[in-house]
Design a protein around this ligand. Structure first.
Ligand SMILES: CC(C)(COP(=O)(O)OP(=O)(O)OC[C@H]1O[C@@H](n2cnc3c(N)ncnc32)[C@H](O)[C@@H]1OP(=O)(O)O)[C@@H](O)C(=O)NCCC(=O)NCCSC(=O)CCS(=O)O
Length: 378
């Protein structure tokens, strides 16, 4: 699959941006756990925080293939930043765009798409991740308000977001049809950042536990109809998973490029190690795996752009790309030898950063479940 001229130009522009503004800062931002607000402001100006939102709502009005091209470039520059960008595009903008009322689009989507506001997606809970319909957070009607009560876990941008998209049980007797979705400004009393997780990698992106402590929102905070919450979450995670695949490709590409550079510089047995067939073949296998993953990501994105079903393809893209990325990053560490295990070279950070892509927005096993169901359906 090939990109069109506009997508090629976008890729070139963001590649230049990432190498000038992200690569030189990535290690420091990670070391200092620095939330990259300055880069997010620049990406907002470049239209990268609401890429698929129509221009009428303040977005860039591009397609999903353009979004995954952009995510790959950002991820190649700084993995953690690409997580924030993915959540912002696929979930924080994606849900009001697909399911919001005109008034909600006007009030929230405009600011999210322009990057003036950041959003987060509150589905997982301390005891509920993969089995998303089992959440325990409740939203109880009280006159013309909803009162949200419960705990949310692993929330990207949870401590920096201006608005949260929150899933809660509104009818405990209705099972999967008893979940609803709400837009909650994070300055609402009762929105409490309870804890920030210390993680293996992606330190510049905060992962928060959010407590909803009798958080009161007006009745019109409900997105879609009451009971639509589970369907809304799964529909948007489908798109989100294509973005995670693109993140994995971007991080793996950065590791591969670092390995190629090192293989030219480092000498062993009198020649640069790239001249040893064992190293050359390793670099060749990495390139092949990377291109296969990229094509799966682009294919899923193109199906989405064509309005065709892509549940299976989105899961395939995420599964293959995230598992490929760990293998490629590991191979890149190996090419660097002992230096690959030190913080002097970026592959050590990338190896830690890519690991999360096999977990968030649906683990590899959840992707296998989705794919398995699709391919065995009669
Ligand atoms: C494990 C699951 C795949 C199980 O799913 P279910 O069997 O419970 O779901 P279904 O019964 O198939 O579907 C329920 C309902 O939703 C509709 N649906 C399903 N998928 C889609 C879709 N892609 N688009 C539109 N609609 C969809 C389906 O038709 C049904 O509707 P009807 O009943 O027919 O009307 C699932 O639970 C799952 O995917 N689990 C993983 C959850 C997950 O990814 N969690 C991670 C959360 S996000 C995160 O970790 C961090 C976010 S961030 O980075 O901060």
């Amino acid at each position: 699959m090939l990109l069109n001229e506009e997508q090629d130009m976008l890729r070139e522009m963001l590649r230049r941006y990432a190498s000038a503004e992200l690569v030189p800062n990535a290690d420091r931002w990670e070391r200092e756990h620095h939330f990259p607000r300055e880069a997010l402001a620049e990406l907002g100006e470049l239209g990268v925080l609401g890429m698929t939102v129509p221009e009428a709502w303040g977005g860039a009005g591009l397609d999903y293939l353009s979004l995954v091209v952009a995510v790959e470039e950002i991820a190649a520059g700084h993995g953690a930043l690409s997580s924030i960008v993915c959540v912002q595009n696929s979930l924080a903008c994606g849900i009001p765009l697909a399911f919001g009322s005109e008034a909600q689009k006007d009030r929230y989507l405009r600011k999210l798409a322009s990057g003036e506001w950041l959003g987060c997606f509150c589905l997982s809970e301390p005891h509920v991740g993969s089995d998303a319909s089992a959440i325990r957070t409740t939203a109880t009607r009280d006159g013309d308000h909803w009162v949200i009560k419960g705990n949310k876990q692993f929330i990207t941008t949870g401590s920096h977001a201006d608005v949260a998209i929150v899933f809660a049980v509104t009818d405990p007797a209705a099972g999967k049809k008893g979940l609803s979705c709400f837009l909650v400004p994070t300055d609402t009393p009762g929105y409490v950042v309870a804890r920030i997780e210390e993680k293996m990698g992606q330190h510049a992106s905060d992962t928060a536990q959010i407590l909803f402590d009798d958080c009161r929102v007006p009745a019109d905070a409900l997105i879609g109809a009451e009971g639509d919450g589970y369907r809304i979450a799964l529909a948007n995670l489908e798109a989100g998973r294509i973005g995670i695949g693109a993140q994995a490709v971007g991080m793996a590409r950065a590791a591969h490029e670092a390995a190629i550079r090192y293989a030219h510089e480092r000498e062993a047995f009198g020649v640069p190690i790239v001249e040893h067939q064992a190293v050359l073949f390793r670099l060749a296998d990495m390139a092949t795996q990377l291109e296969a993953a990229r094509q799966l990501v682009w294919h899923a994105a193109s199906l989405k752009d064509a309005g065709q079903p892509c549940l299976k393809e989105a899961s395939m893209a995420k599964l293959f790309a995230s598992e490929m990325a760990e293998q490629v990053a590991s191979a890149a560490v190996q090419v660097h030898g002992g230096y690959g295990y030190t913080t002097d070279f970026p592959v050590e950070r990338i190896y830690r950063d890519v690991r999360a892509t096999q977990i968030y927005e649906g683990t590899s096993d959840i992707q296998r479940l989705v794919i398995g169901r699709a391919v065995t359906r009669a």
